[in-house]
Design a protein around this ligand. Structure first.
Ligand code: NAD
Length: 505
């Protein structure tokens, strides 16, 4: 292993250094850290430098059995199932407090492991994760059923019917999350699942497992009983697949690519697991002729270059009214050219690397295919000559709807820009996608904005903004962007079953 030269050259918090100095990370099962010697190990890299930060074990059959047994036992234990809603709420709130107390350290770890600029974690994603725990802490003692007045015709004479529903935890949840925003993806599953009284086996992405493991330490400190939160690292094809197939798992809560989401459905069918899927996107940004162009240019650019475009709702297809098209292309390109690329721990960095060399190659492949198909790279379009996996922020014009660069999710800092003349035309273009995750509309006309919001095929529509997230706002996709919604009051329902009780009294 290399020395942590890049990490060491920044002034890290003592907690970050202490966590990194372990180098050899472990699995969390039943509140114990285990490290069986026979397991494959996966290097975890700093994508800005290629340096090895440490390694993680790949959980195999035996560890999965152990974790499932621990989670099943916890599900009905007095220590967890026996808690009142209020007591569960206090645990979630304590977890939020601990995350907040350790926010600088968590941000540094997330940047080192994933590459994102420090501020993205520190000011957006980790506060957002804390809010997930606080919001769902507030739901723990609100899991109410209903009393139902029935119309049963054959009611026995002289008897009464008392019917009601109970909300019960769905059971053991496998939470499988991607690498683009590791902490918040984990929090969006852990918080509602725990609020519902479920137990969880969290499988972080193999490229970015460090902060999940640190969350495991905080969960023990917060006082979650053994078996309630278990963390198994490993590759998707091995650990993830085995979890999704395991008969002892009741539900898979998956965030990731649409292709893997479809595989999850196949694995889950064996015991008809409950499945929620938060999948890919190719979100349109629509700039009308009457838009506030300063806001629209900044908003469109930020929608695709934030977190180097590794955002499920990234505004990767920009449609601009012909009257403002040149201004928009020029403005977004200037924004792209002005972004400072670098190590995320450098406070002046505005755009970090992609998560891995593999993702860098994938993004460059789409750009090259676009060029072969006749698209014009207005700015960017290349990797940096650097050991890190950087790709220049890229704007592509002269595209046609059938090109792969327009249709497929790239998950990098690459947007395509297309002019339009009529509202119906842009709606048809925006909706011509297998995906339906999000969209934004930029206009000064209230009427146009709300007509478009109704007609756009997307789980979320933003007006004069993009990527506004909150624990209170449901997020999820139409079409092949997924099943179900995370965040918001209904999200806890993803982790509950409804039991009907009907008594003759
Ligand atoms: P991915 O589908 O490759 O992997 C996601 C997770 O699934 C990882 O933990 C991975 O190890 C695991 N996995 C991979 N193959 C598996 C298999 N065969 N069985 C079980 N698990 C498996 O996705 P990614 O490349 O890590 O993340 C990028 C994708 O995530 C993009 O498509 C992005 O749009 C999507 N995403 C969606 C949302 C949303 O809310 N809709 C949010 C973030 C990311």
């Amino acid at each position: 292993m290399n020395d942590l030269t890049a990490a060491a050259s920044f002034d890290l918090k003592p907690g970050t250094t202490a966590f990194l100095s372990k180098r050899r990370h472990q699995l969390l099962i039943n509140n114990e850290w285990i490290d069986p010697p026979n397991l494959d190990r996966i290097d975890t890299l700093d994508p800005a430098t290629g340096e090895v930060l440490g390694d993680i074990p790949e959980a195999g059959k035996a560890e999965i059995e152990q974790a499932v047994s621990a989670a099943r036992a916890a599900l009905t234990s007095d220590a967890w199932h026996g808690l009142t809603g209020s007591a569960r709420s206090r645990l979630l709130w304590r977890m939020a407090d601990l995350m907040e107390e350790n926010i600088d350290e968590l941000s540094e770890l997330e940047t080192l492991d994933q590459g994102k600029p420090l501020g993205v974690g520190r000011w957006a994603e980790i506060p957002g994760s804390v809010e997930q725990f606080r919001f769902f802490a507030g739901q723990c003692n609100r899991l109410e059923g209903t009393q139902i007045p029935t119309s049963i015709a054959y009611q026995p004479p002289g008897k009464r019917i008392h019917a009601y529903t109970r909300k019960e935890p769905v059971g053991v949840v496998a939470a499988i999350v991607p690498w683009n925003s590791p902490i918040i993806m984990a929090a969006m599953k852990l918080a509602p699942a725990l609020a519902a009284g479920c137990t969880v086996i969290l499988k972080p992405a193999e490229d970015t497992s460090l902060t999940a493991l640190r969350l495991g330490e905080l969960a023990i400190e917060a006082g979650f009983p053994p078996g309630v939160i278990n963390i198994l690292t490993g590759r998707g094809e091995k650990t993830g697949k085995a979890l999704a197939k395991h008969p002892g798992i009741d539900k898979v809560a998956f965030t990731g690519s649409t292709g893997v989401g479809k595989q999850i459905l196949k694995y889950a069918r064996h015991n008809l697991k409950r499945v929620t899927l938060e999948l890919g996107g190719k979100s349109p940004v629509i700039v009308m002729g009457d838009a506030d162009m300063e806001a629209a240019i900044g908003g469109a650019a930020n929608s695709i270059f934030f977190n180097a475009g590794q955002v499920c709702v990234a505004g990767s297809r920009i449609y601009a009214h012909r009257s403002v098209y040149d201004q928009l292309v020029e403005g977004v390109s200037a924004y792209a050219d002005g972004l400072k690329l670098g190590h995320g721990l450098d406070q002046t960095t505005q755009c970090g690397p992609l998560v891995s060399k593999k993702q860098q190659a994938r993004v460059l492949g789409y750009i090259n295919q676009g060029k072969e198909d006749g698209a014009e790279v207005v700015t960017g379009g290349a990797a940096l000559d650097d050991p890190g996996s950087f790709v220049q922020p890229t704007v592509v014009a002269n595209v046609a709807p059938e090109m792969s660069i327009v249709r497929e999710e790239i998950f990098g800092p690459v947007c395509v820009v297309t002019p339009f003349d009529e509202n119906d035309e842009v709606l048809a273009l925006a909706n011509d996608s297998d995906y339906g995750l999000a969209a934004s509309i930029w206009t000064e006309s209230l009427s146009t904005a709300h007509h478009m919001a109704e007609d756009l095929q997307a789980g979320t529509v933003w007006i004069n903004s993009h990527s506004m997230y909150d624990a209170t706002l449901p997020i999820g996709g139409l079409k092949q962007s997924g099943w179900g919604r995370e965040s918001g009051q209904q999200a806890v329902e993803n982790y509950l079953e409804t039991k009907t009780v009907c008594a003759v009294l």
